[in-house]
Design a protein around this ligand. Structure first.
Ligand code: ADP
Ligand code: MG
Length: 339
């Protein structure tokens, strides 16, 4: 192209018609990219669920990361919040700050975004594009039934605590990126795809409506995020450190100790942690089977002061971690703190 792209052309070329792909049946978006606002029609008996996340180069992904990986990760991270509420995705907006108009970067970014948006069937309905240090803010919109959604509050004493998928892959991927241990190509690919292309558990979240008493997505580490459920629900939780589901790939990168710590406190796994009555175990096994997502019981909810609270600071206090012999583990950090 002989002349530099105008802002209009840039948006037209890279950010139009994303996520409206085959199989998408979006009856909610009346107007998407191109006008001053997008227009959505919220169906009766539904509520709009809204969430926003910012990803900064050098903070949330390596500055050297591939543009398509960055796009896919950013969308998955945001959509994961919809999953944690049991919401069905309906659209997202993107505020993108880029240092310069690099068309090959934008092309790749747009491709990655499209792949991910098609996967979740979530169309891009608007945004803003500015010049500055590389950063992305994505706001996702979803629908939940008026009468039910998954919240952090709601866990009850004697509920079981469950997680989807494997924990510690995010921590293992960071180890792989930073220290480059030698593992098989297949395992490398698995860990990098778990890091860059985490699969938000949208179908699972929706399947848990009416079953789970509380839910959260694991972005800051299991202990911290289960701590949020415990605090919001005014209960305590005990988890069995020997029951944490971990992948072979993570086990080949991290020592058993580090893997356990990664599973407990590493961020970036984007699995769901939820609580449900023990009577739902059979139903949960069916869901796991149908959706092809492992669901593992890792502990139980108790009243505070009984098997709940020990220690004296932070959100980790409400969550006790024990090994199979009943020994309480001391775990140093409870999730990533930005400030
Ligand atoms: P305005 O000046 O009215 O804010 P803009 O020039 O910022 O309009 O944007 C024009 C249109 O393009 C709007 O519909 C806006 O939502 C959309 N848009 C701008 N940047 C992006 C982006 N990065 N992704 C998706 N849509 C975008
Ligand atoms: Mg604007």
């Amino acid at each position: 192209m002989s002349h530099p792209l105008t802002e209009f052309e840039l948006i037209q070329q890279y950010f139009s018609d994303i996520g409206f792909g085959a199989g998408s049946s979006n009856a909610v978006v009346d107007l998407g990219v191109g006008d001053d606002c997008a227009l959505l029609s919220i169906p009766p008996k539904k509520r709009l669920a809204v969430s926003m996340d910012t990803l900064l180069a050098g903070r949330h992904f390596p500055a050297s990361a591939q543009a398509d990986d960055i796009a896919q990760r950013a969308l998955a991270v945001s959509v994961s919040d919809l999953a944690a509420m049991g919401a069905q995705p309906i659209g997202f907006t993107l505020a993108l700050s880029i240092p310069s108009v690099d068309q090959s970067w934008l092309q790749k970014f747009s491709q990655g975004l499209r792949a991910s948006a098609d996967y979740y069937q979530i169309p891009l309905i608007g945004g803003d594009t500015t010049q500055g240090p590389l950063s992305l803010t994505i706001q996702v919109h979803g629908l939940v039934p008026q009468m039910s959604c998954l919240r952090r509050a709601g866990a009850r004493p004697n509920d079981l605590v469950f997680v989807s998928g494997c924990l510690g892959d995010g921590a293992a991927a960071l180890e792989l990126l930073q220290n480059k241990p030698t593992i098989s190509v297949a395992q490398q690919e698995y860990l990098l795809s778990r890091f860059y292309r985490p699969k938000a558990r949208i179908a699972l979240g929706q399947a848990l409506l009416g079953l789970a008493t509380a839910a959260i997505d694991i972005s800051d580490g299991l202990l911290a995020d289960l701590g949020h459920i415990a605090r919001a629900s005014a209960v305590g939780a005990t988890i069995n450190s020997d029951s944490l589901p971990v992948s072979e790939a993570a086990a080949s990168v991290l020592s058993p100790d580090k893997l356990q710590r990664g599973a407990l406190t590493g961020g970036d796994d984007y699995e769901l942690c939820f609580t449900a009555g023990a009577e739902h175990r059979g139903k949960l096994a069916e869901i796991a089977n149908k959706l092809n997502v492992p669901i593992t019981a890792i502990g139980s909810i108790g009243v505070i002061g009984n098997n709940g609270v020990i220690g004296n600071s932070g959100v980790g206090d409400r969550v006790v971690c024990q090994d199979a012999q009943g020994n309480t583990l001391e775990v140093e950090t409870a999730g990533y703190q930005h400030f």
